[in-house]
Structure formats: C-alpha cells, structure tokens
Design a protein around this ligand. Sequence first.
Ligand SMILES: Nc1ncnc2c1ncn2[C@@H]1O[C@H](COP(=O)(O)OP(=O)(O)OP(=O)(O)O)[C@@H](O)[C@H]1O
Length: 247
Amino acid sequence: MTTTTQVRTAVVARGLTKVYGQGDAAVHALRGIDVGFAAEEFTAIMGPSGSGKSTLMHCLAGLDTVTDGQVSIGGVEITGLNDKQLTLLRRERVGFIFQAFNLLPTLTAEQNIRLPLEIAGRQADQALFDRVIETVGLRDRLRHRPSELSGGQQQRVAVARALISKPEVIFADEPTGNLDSRSGAEVLAFLRRSVRELGQTIVMVTHDPVAASYADRVVFLRDGLLVSEVQRPTPQAVLDTLMALEA
Ligand SMILES: Nc1ncnc2c1ncn2[C@@H]1O[C@H](COP(=O)(O)OP(=O)(O)OP(=O)(O)O)[C@@H](O)[C@H]1O
C-alpha cells in the first residue's frame, strides 16, 4: 500500500493587487500575485529594492489592506474580515519577527516570551514552552532583561515569543538585519529548526542571499510581480537569480 502525504497550504494569495495613492500619483506596488505557502515550510521572499516585498508581507499578514484579490490564512479569507476580526485572527494565528526585536525592556526574557499568550488570555503549554526554549537555546537566559542580552539572544527571545502561541504562520521581516553574521546565522538556524522540529510555517523577507539559503524555497518579486522561484536554494543560486532580475 502506498501513502501520499498531502501538503497543506498555510497561506494563499490570489490576484493580490496593491495600489498606493491615486491618479498620477498611483504606485502599483503589487500587480496581481498568485502564491501559496506550504505548511511546515520555510519560504523566503526576495527581490530588488522597491519590488514589493514588504507590501506583500504586510498584505499577507493583514497589516495592510489590499486593493484587489484575496488572502487566506489557515483557510480563513482575511480580506473579508472587519478590523476587529482581523485583530483577533492576527493575535491567534499569526506570529511576527521584526528587524528591531521589539521586546519590552522592563520584562525578563521569559515574561516577554509569555506576554502575547497572556494578552490573549491563554496559558502557555509547559511542554511546548520547554521545547521552544530548547530549540532556541535560551534556558540559561530566561531571567535576563533585554539590556542584559546580546542582539542575537534578543532576537532568539523574539523567535521564541512568536513560536510559543503555535501560530499558523510566522512572518519575519529582515530578522537578521540588525545582527552580525554569526548571530544572524544562529537565529536563522533556530528558525530552520523550528520548521523541522516544531512543524512551524515561516515566511521571511530578506535582502541577504545567505539568509535566504536557510529557507526551503525562495520566491522572487520584480515590479510587483512574482517572477521566479528556487527550491532548496544555495546562496549562489539565489545570487544568480537576483542578478538576472536586476540585469
Ligand atoms: N505607503 C506607501 N505609499 C506610497 N508608496 C508606497 C508606500 N509603501 C511602499 N510604496 C511603494 O511601493 C513600492 C513597493 O515598496 P515595498 O516597500 O513593498 O518594496 P520592497 O521590495 O520591500 O523594497 P525594499 O527592499 O527597498 O525594502 C515602492 O515603489 C514603494 O515606493
């Protein structure tokens, strides 16, 4: 008997269009994007400056409105939700990691990690908490405040904070942009581990071919369109594709 594994799609965009401004001042940031992000996969979004990467991520995450098209997260069409429903969906099903770590300075690492769940009135599952702390290697730093942690450790706290609520998807915007290359490599390795070991789905915007090479798949934007993709990327394959796009 053969078994087939169905790949579930965590996030889907159809005909995604975003126009900023009107008339002569209109900027067509996204021009009709169809893309799916498989569950338990790590995808990077790349492209030249101004190609629409941040706009795409903000529209996929429900942080910005779309001009046309649909976005679904975990089977829920977010483009049809009102503000209150959207806030709830983001809180329950979406995790974020930003370039600036966005930790609260007066809270310890552990309190920062638990905060989003507490705000949502949920308890952290202790077994999951322990696994996440092991995955990101923070066991001996839980009582430290952000100012007592290195940049890489602070970003690992932000990764743990995103993982702990088991979101449908984590959106990461240049998560290694403020880190030196060694700390950046550590954070990326932890992101990849969270996909492999915890079954997390991650979508990351980056400018860095080395960072993108930690992903399972890289999709490339140019002028608001999805123009190419690379599976199981190497830094060189990513660089070659980027150079071809910029030529
Ligand atoms: N709020 C806004 N109002 C008007 N135009 C905008 C706005 N935000 C982005 N744009 C324009 O939309 C296009 C896509 O921008 P976006 O920031 O998504 O690109 P990007 O690929 O993330 O760029 P970068 O790599 O430089 O961060 C650009 O032409 C940009 O100038």
